[in-house]
Structures are given as structure tokens and as C-alpha cells.
Design a binder for this molecule. Structure first.
Ligand code: AMP
Ligand code: MG
Length: 468
């Protein structure tokens, strides 16, 4: 069914201007007996949408599309776990329209020409995780695709067991990935590489249209990616599948699968159960970011000279460390510079590691040292820290620290409780609660202290994998 009318008629996709070398028009395959589980009201308002609940459900479940736009699935390639896969693509997601410069995408709306034999669906559990993590990242001020609505259904989907299908309606100014460039570059299609780069620059990097446009553009992608990953490291986020097809050309966190937040501090944390070698372990993310950017650089090789590329790539670490240090200094309440700061921060992490302390909760308690001092493990470190912060102006130090040290993160067990409740009881109240807490993770939410607790015994060995 096609719809039109106020707010629906003019949803034309910029991406469609690229032409059919870059995508295939598709028909969405609606979910059976779909129902709306959650809607992101703030985003809805921001986009100025005025669809009633029924219309939103029809659009988000793939039943109704826009008169002005045929849904499309884009084609891309990518390096997966280090190996080049010549053709991937939107196998289960599609773009259905664009509102106020934001593309609307449905993840799980059925097969496309790029499904490679898979079903084009997404199961409820992984959709809940993506939906909640999108808001968690937004709440943490980390660049991310966003999620507008979550739809459940009675459609059966076959994984290790029979599950039900769901759709996350995502938004981002663009869903273009490094892999889009890799596809055309690997086929020697230089004209298409240039066309894609020109398109991205025109629409998303308009300030890079000078003489050195490709160099400026690439430099900015490097900068944004470094900044995004520095934020991940500071807030303890592990993506889990940093394949180049999961790297956004806008430096947004994209494709939430087997992600995880650091709970007990362990820099070698591997959140993806399928990542046997730890390629995407937490502490590997910064170097993988550079490796991925190098693959993007290879793909843009026909547009830039190798010397320039090398110089830009060498800036990556500078950008990353700059952002990370700035954030960590804020987290520790250091507004002035002191030579010993890095060592002091390093020693804090050693205490966390040795004593298996919770990363998020320990950092949050830095603004309330009596709390941190309670179990004794920080005693020696706190003597040094006390001396250090004596140099600082104490007036609004705690407030500033609390504005960068979240109280609430999407702990795996919290997501799991909401998933089990949804799957077993069709009860979505935990999703509502988590959505609210994660939307403003720096606030106290005093009635929800229990959501800051560390994983209970039953959840110690929860595993998340690529199955979704
Ligand atoms: P991901 O690991 O989710 O980033 O997916 C990697 C590739 O596999 C992408 O091209 C996806 O579109 C595709 N894919 C993953 N799951 C499915 C599915 N159930 N049906 C079709 N394509 C899929
Ligand atoms: Mg992906």
C-alpha cells in the first residue's frame, strides 16, 4: 500500500539520485500481525512527524510505503574479520524515505537482492538490543544512528530455535558505509567511486568542496571515526563486529549486534561470542579503526595521492588520543593539566583490573569519594587522588564529572531481562524503563538504583553472538 498526504508525500531519498548502480528497488515484506512496541517520541518530534499510531505502525512494519519513494536496498562490500567479501549489501534493511534530511531505514523488512540466501529478517531479541543501544549511545553523546520505532510481530523466524520477527526503524543522515566504496573500488569502477565520493561530500561534507576536496573529506572521516572510537573507549563500549561494512562514512556507530559495555573492567573484553580470536576485543578497537580507515583509503586511492593519504592516516592517533584524553580528564575532574595525570588514571585502571571492579560504577563514584572508599581497594590510590584534586576548584567539580560519567549503561543482563519479558510474556515495560534511563544516563533517577547493579549470578555467562 502506498501512502501520501501531509508529511508523507515528500519523502524523496537523496541516495536514490545516485542511480541503480548503487542500489536495487525492492518491495518490503510486511511482518505478520505487527504491533508497535516502542516509539522514540523525542526523535519523532524532532523530525516533525505527525503520523498517527496506526500509520506509524504500518510504515515501520513495512506494510505501507511512501508514494514519492520506492524502497531501496543498497549494494556494498566489506572486510569481515579481516577478509574481503566482494559483495554484501542491505540484505535485510532498506531505505524507505527521507524526512528532514534523515534517511528512514527498516531493518528486518524482508529479503532483498543482497540477502545471499538468508531470510531478510531480524529477530525480536536482537531488535530490542539495537533499539535500546541506539538510545543508550545517543544518551552518552556518542555519534550513532538512531532508532525511531520498534515493531514486534507474529512472523516466525528460524534461528537456533523458532523466534519472532521484528523491525527497528532506524534513522541517520546517511547509512553509507566504508564498504560502499570498497565495492566499486574492488571492481575497478573508478567513475562510481568518484560519483559516490562527490555525492557524500556534496550532501554530508559540504564544507569540503574546495580544491583538495577528497583529501579534506578523507581527513574529516578519519577525524570523526577517531572521535567516535575515543568515545567508545572512554565510555566502555565494545562494538563487537567492526567489519568495514559496519563502519559509517559519517563516523556514526552503526549496526548494533553483539555489542557490550564494559562491566567488570577488563581491557581484553570480547563481547562477541563468535569472535574467537578477539579481533574486535575492547582494547583492539582503536587499532581496528585505523585498519578500517586504511581499507577506505585503498578504495579512495584513485582520488588522492598516496603521500597525502599516509599523512592523513598518521593523524588518526592524534585525533583519537586528543578526544580520549579530554574525556578522561573530565571524568576524573581534572580541569588543570598536571604531568602526573596520565599515570594516576593508569593506576586507577590497575586497581579496577586487579580487584575486578565495575568500570562505570567506579568512575561514577569518583565524584563521591566516600562511596568509592567504602570497600577499601582504592585506599592507596585515593591518597594520591585526594592530593591531586586539592589543586582543583571544587565548586562544581562533582556536577561536571557526573555529566560525563554515566550512572546507567545498557548492561547485558538488563537487556536480557527486557528480552525475556518481551519474548515470554509479551510485556514491554522493561523496555520502557530502560529507554527512559538510557535516554538520560547521567541523571540520578533515584527510584531506579537497582539498574546500576552489577550482573547477578544467573547472568554471569550470558553470551551474545552474530545470530540475529
Ligand atoms: P551484519 O553482521 O548484521 O552487519 O550483516 C552482515 C551482512 O549480512 C549484511 O550484508 C546484512 O545485510 C546481511 N545479513 C545479516 N543477517 C541477514 C538476514 N537475516 N537476512 C539477510 N541478510 C542478512
Ligand atoms: Mg552490518
Amino acid at each position: 500500500m502506498k501512502c501520501s498526504g501531509q508529511n508523507l508525500a515528500n519523502c524523496v531519498l537523496n541516495f536514490a539520485m545516485l542511480g541503480e548502480d548503487f542500489f536495487s528497488p525492492i518491495e518490503t515484506q510486511p511482518l505478520k500481525e505487527a504491533f508497535l512496541i516502542h516509539k522514540n517520541q523525542a526523535l519523532y518530534n524532532k523530525l516533525g512527524l505527525d503520523w498517527d499510531k496506526q500509520t506509524l505502525l504500518k510504515i515501520a512494519s513495512g506494510e505501507q510505503t511512501f508514494q514519492s519513494t520506492q524502497p531501496i536496498a543498497s549494494i556494498y562490500a566489506g572486510h569481515q574479520f579481516g577478509y574481503f567479501v566482494p559483495q554484501l549489501g542491505d540484505g535485510r534493511s532498506c531505505l524507505i524515505g527521507q524526512v528532514q534530511g534523515e534517511e528512514l531505514s527498516l531493518k528486518g523488512a524482508g529479503q532483498t537482492p543482497y540477502s545471499r540466501g538468508a531470510d531478510g529478517r531480524a529477530v525480536l531479541r536482537s531488535s530490542i538490543r539495537e533499539y535500546l543501544c541506539s538510545i543508550a549511545m545517543r544518551g552518552l553523546n556518542i555519534a550513532t544512528t538512531e532508532a525511531l520505532a520498534l515493531v514486534g510481530s507474529e512472523s516466525e523466524v528460524y534461528r537456533e530455535s523458532i523466534e519472532t520477527g521484528a523491525i527497528v526503524m532506524r534513522t541517520a543522515p546517511s547509512h553509507i558505509r566504508f564498504g560502499h566504496f570498497e565495492l566499486f573500488a574492488s571492481r575497478g569502477q573508478k567513475v562510481e567511486v568518484k560519483k559516490l565520493a562527490d555525492f557524500v561530500i556534496e550532501h554530508y561534507y559540504p564544507h569540503c568542496q574546495g580544491e583538495q576536496k577528497y583529501v579534506d573529506f578523507f581527513n574529516e572521516v578519519v577525524k570523526r571515526t577517531a572521535k567516535m572510537i575515543a568515545n567508545w573507549q572512554a565510555q566502555g563500549f565494545a562494538h563487537g563486529v567492526m567489519n568495514t561494512d559496519n563502519m559509517s562514512i559519517l563516523g556514526l556507530t552503526i549496526d548494533y549486534g553483539p555489542f557490550g559495555f564494559l562491566e567488570t573492567y577488563n581491557p581484553k573484553f570480547i563481547c562477541n561470542h563468535s569472535d574467537h580470536e578477539g579481533r574486535y576485543a575492547f582494547d583492539q578497537q582503536p587499532s581496528i579503526g585505523l585498519w578500517n580507515l586504511s581499507r577506505l583509503a585503498d578504495s579512495l586511492g584513485s582520488l588522492m595521492d598516496a603521500k597525502q593519504v599516509k599523512a592523513i592516516l598518521s593523524n588518526y592517533q592524534i585525533y583519537l588520543v586528543e578526544t580520549y584524553s579530554k574525556l578522561m580528564r573530565k571524568k576524573f575532574g581534572f580541569s588543570q593539566k598536571d604531568e602526573q595525570d596520565n599515570a594516576l588514571i593508569g593506576q586507577f585502571f590497575e586497581v579496577l583490573y586487579k580487584n575486578q571492579k565495575d568500570y562505570t560504577n567506579s568512575l561514577r563514584q569518583l565524584s563521591n569519594i566516600e562511596q568509592l572508599a567504602k570497600d577499601g581497594v582504592f585506599d592507596a590510590w585515593l591518597i594520591l587522588y585526594d592530593q591531586r584534586i586539592a589543586q582543583e576548584d571544587g565548586s562544581n567539580r562533582a556536577l561536571l564529572m557526573d555529566s560525563v560519567n554515566p550512572k546507567f549503561i545498557l548492561r547485558n543482563y538488563l537487556a536480557e531481562v527486557s528480552i525475556r519479558q518481551a519474548q515470554d510474556e509479551k510485556n514491554y515495560s522493561e523496555i520502557d524503563i530502560l529507554f527512559t534511563l538510557l535516554s538520560s544516563p547521567f541523571s540520578e533517577h533515584k527510584d531506579f538504583e537497582s539498574y546500576t547493579q552489577e550482573a547477578p549470578d544467573w547472568a554471569q555467562n550470558l553470551e551474545v553472538s552474530c545470530s540475529s
